[in-house]
Design a protein around this ligand. Structure first.
Ligand code: KIV
Length: 271
């Protein structure tokens, strides 16, 4: 599908053929127009409007408080910025766990009101009916297994998941269920690399990892972590490409100094 003249939009089919060709998929989170525009211009394949907005945009401790309306607001801003990449939006906690009809209604609201290209939801066998219903309504669905932050109060910690054989086998079984239910891709979060490799080799759909090792078909990071805006979060899997916290802080202290010292604005910076 070609949109906006020369630019070819990334679709779920593009991701599938990237997996077949062994081409890695790049994915980041985004929550606002300006950052999404930069990421899209840089050539990112997928932007996820993650419910991590609850943490990094709203300052909540977990992803649980963010609402469907708030996710739609973030998604609208991101979609407006993107000419090329695929935009996927998280169904927030409480908008799909009740039953498959509620899940479908939430997915439809996201698609109609934001213009996004698909949704993501967390879980395995317990959400299969919802996934099938959403997929049969024509909405692409991305799954999410391993560390699923909406269940943090069940897990109790953010440590690596599926290290033990029983949990690993459950994860593999759930990954197969998600593929059979029609998911176009699955995120695997914070699991051993060997398990990530096993799942990626077993499934035909692309697996996107965050802390799931080098054998994933693609990688995703939260933009605030990748850019070094978050300071006190340093899991082993995180590579920081900038130290924006310090850079922005330094720029801000310089601005304050310039204003206080009557250095800003100077003669050329006024009318
Ligand atoms: O909400 C989010 O940012 C996510 C990623 C960690 C995959 O789900």
């Amino acid at each position: 599908m070609s949109v906006h003249g020369e630019i070819r939009r990334i679709t779920t089919n593009t991701l599938q053929s990237m997996k077949q060709k062994g081409e890695k998929i790049s994915m980041l989170t985004a929550y606002d127009f300006s950052m999404a525009q930069i990421f899209d211009d840089a050539g990112i394949d997928v932007l996820l409007v993650g419910d991590s907005a609850s943490n990094v945009m709203a300052g909540h401790e977990t992803t649980l408080p963010i609402t469907l309306d708030q996710m739609i607001y973030h998604a609208q801003s991101v979609v407006r910025a993107c000419k090329r990449c695929l935009v996927i939006v998280d169904l927030p906690f409480g908008s799909y766990q009740g039953n498959s009809k509620e899940a479908l209604n939430s997915a439809i609201r996201i698609m109609k009101e934001s213009g996004a290209h698909g949704i993501k939801l967390e879980g395995g066998s317990e959400v299969i009916e919802s996934i099938k219903r959403i997929v049969s309504a024509g909405v692409p669905v991305m799954g999410h297994l391993g560390l699923t932050p909406q269940s943090i109060y069940k897990f109790g910690t953010y440590t690596v998941r599926a290290k033990e054989e029983e949990e690993a086998e459950t994860l593999v079984a759930n990954a197969h269920l998600l593929e059979e239910a029609g998911c176009f891709s699955v995120v695997l979060e914070k699991i051993p690399a060997s398990l990530g490799k096993r799942v990626s080799e077993a499934l035909k759909i692309p697996l996107i990892g965050i802390g799931a090792g080098m054998h994933m078909d693609g990688q995703v990071l939260v933009m605030h972590d990748m850019l070094g805006i978050t300071k006190n979060f340093s899991p082993r899997f995180l590579r920081r490409y900038l130290n924006l916290y310090e850079e922005i802080r330094n720029a801000t202290t310089q601005y304050i100094t310039d204003v206080k010292n009557r250095d800003f604005p100077n003669e050329k910076e006024q009318y």
